[in-house]
Design a protein around this ligand. Structure first.
Ligand SMILES: *[C@@H]1O[C@H](CO)[C@@H](O)[C@H](O)[C@H]1NC(C)=O
Ligand SMILES: *[C@@H]1O[C@H](CO)[C@@H](O)[C@H](O)[C@H]1NC(C)=O
Length: 467
């Protein structure tokens, strides 16, 4: 519409030239407007059917009722001259405060064991039973903190059991050399099982580190990150893909492991440079037609690469598309809603949190368009740091069409085993907040929103209320 109006403004003389050109311009404009409306209608109708259902769903209104956060910078600490000399600059922003392991407000980001939640902590109080507390310590059925960082969830259709795989990091954090990033030796991939996504039973380390052979990819001195498992119904195998690296992140490869059983043991097959490129943060996505894809940060994290896996899911096909070129995104998490593909990514700032972005595409191979920051609630610092966390996976929220669970990691680089999980409701619906350039200002994609909650529960779970 704006485009049409501008045309008139720029060329007022042509209107005076002849009555015929005036009529044809007006007719042309009306026709154009009609076309644009039809075009935008098509999309908005598609989107609104589900959005309308969703928006009027009382459960969704509860999930969208975000909480505000009011964390303030602590007053300046009294510091000894020696401390000032050692570390002259004191934190001046909330993010620096978050990264400062001696911060007076550290308990706000990393609440201690007293506030832990989980099946053993709960006294059958319906105000907390089955409630998620993003950022608090989450205990398994034995009362131990869950170790499944950078993880992902597989839903086993046959047994109706969820399996949560992630980095088992229950070891000391150290730096392998002065400039090396904080690390924990590989212990392996942890696996937890659950029927309700809240009560998690530790199924043990399903892919273990190699203790002695230093040339092995899984030697404990190396790096194993972001394991994801998908099921191949043709071969009846569970296939795990993961980021494999050395301590300096120069190997930059993907690794593949396989198992007959979701709870392992997984047999490690090999690592490779997919399509001949470096590969760091990655994930796999299995589409409804059973085609699976590998998505990885490549070319020194400047671009994401995406390509289909072979039918048995054990390798990539020689087909690859470069997406979000030059945007420096990592931690990809892909999901699909009503024939549109969505992705959440983070920026590349090491263990420090940064702003998430949502992206959408009509085809998984792209082109992908960036929608903007999906985070809603908390406060502006929370929103610009993905609630002090980083995306790892998105799964459907059981029982609510168009709703998902956004899984993220709140990394604790001072003690990586104590990194926390943030699970939050993610909803696809409503108009995008940032109109895109080439669709005449009409929102073509639905908004993707991740809602901050200090406490919430799944609508399907028992208990009195949704907090
Ligand atoms: C909670 O309820 C379950 C089943 O109703 C029961 O088996 C369990 O012992 C209860 N736990 C506590 C701590 O009361
Ligand atoms: C990592 O880099 C450091 C410093 O450059 C070097 O001493 C060390 O050998 C490297 N380690 C590996 C596994 O490449």
């Amino acid at each position: 519409m704006r485009m049409v109006k501008n045309k008139h403004n720029k060329k007022p003389t042509s209107l005076r030239c002849s009555p015929f050109s005036l009529v044809s311009t007006v007719v042309g404009c009306v026709f154009m407007i009609h076309l644009i409306m039809l075009y935008s209608r098509k999309y908005s109708v598609d989107l609104e059917v589900s959005s309308q259902l969703l928006i009027h769903h009382p459960i969704v209104r509860e999930l969208e009722r975000v909480e505000e956060e009011n964390i303030h910078m602590p007053p300046p600490r009294k510091r000894s001259p020696r401390a000032i000399k050692r570390k002259p600059k004191r934190p001046t922003t909330l993010v620096e405060e978050f990264l400062d392991e001696n911060s007076q407000i550290r308990h706000l980001f990393f609440p201690d064991m007293k506030s832990a939640f989980g099946p053993t902590k709960d006294d059958n109080d319906s105000d907390t039973l089955h409630h998620f507390f993003p950022g608090r310590i989450w205990l398994d059925t034995e009362g131990n903190p869950i170790q499944a960082h950078g993880g992902g969830i597989l839903y086993d259709e046959r047994s109706k059991i969820y399996y949560w795989y992630g980095e088992y990091k229950d070891g000391p954090t150290y730096h392998s050399h002065k400039k090396g990033p904080a690390r924990v030796d590989i212990i392996g991939v942890g696996c937890y099982s659950s029927k309700d996504l809240w009560t998690w039973k530790n199924e043990g380390v399903v892919l273990a580190a190699e203790e002695t052979d230093e040339t092995h990819d899984l030697h404990k001195s190396n790096v194993l990150e972001r394991p994801k498992v998908i099921y191949n119904s043709d071969t009846d195998k569970y296939v795990m893909w993961m980021h494999i690296d050395d301590a300096n992140y120069t190997k930059a490869s993907v690794g593949v492991a396989i198992s007959d059983n979701p709870i392992g043991p997984f047999v490690y097959l090999y690592s490779k440079s997919p399509h001949g490129f470096d590969s760091r943060d990655m994930t796999v996505f299995k589409d409804e037609d059973n085609t699976a894809y590998l998505i990885y940060s490549s070319e020194d994290n400047s671009v994401l690469h995406i390509g289909p896996l072979t039918e048995n899911y054990l390798d990539v096909k020689p087909v690859m598309k470069r997406i979000m070129v030059g945007q420096h995104r990592e931690a990809p998490a892909i999901f699909k809603h009503e024939n549109t593909y969505y992705m959440i990514t983070s920026g590349c700032t090491g263990w420090a949190p940064n702003e998430a972005l949502a992206h959408a595409a009509e085809s998984v191979m792209g082109p992908w368009e960036t929608l903007g920051n999906p985070c809603v609630g908390g406060n502006s610092v929370f929103r610009s740091t993905t609630f002090f966390a980083q995306s790892t996976h998105v799964i459907p929220l059981p029982g609510v069409h168009g709703a998902f669970i956004f899984m993220a990691d709140r990394w604790n680089p001072a003690d990586l085993r104590d990194s926390r999980y943030l699970w939050l409701p993610l909803i696809v619906g409503g108009p995008a907040d940032k109109p895109l350039e080439f669709n005449f200002g009409f929102p073509m994609w639905s908004r993707v929103s991740v809602y901050w909650h200090r406490q919430w529960r799944l609508p399907s779970a028992g208990g009195k209320k949704i907090a």
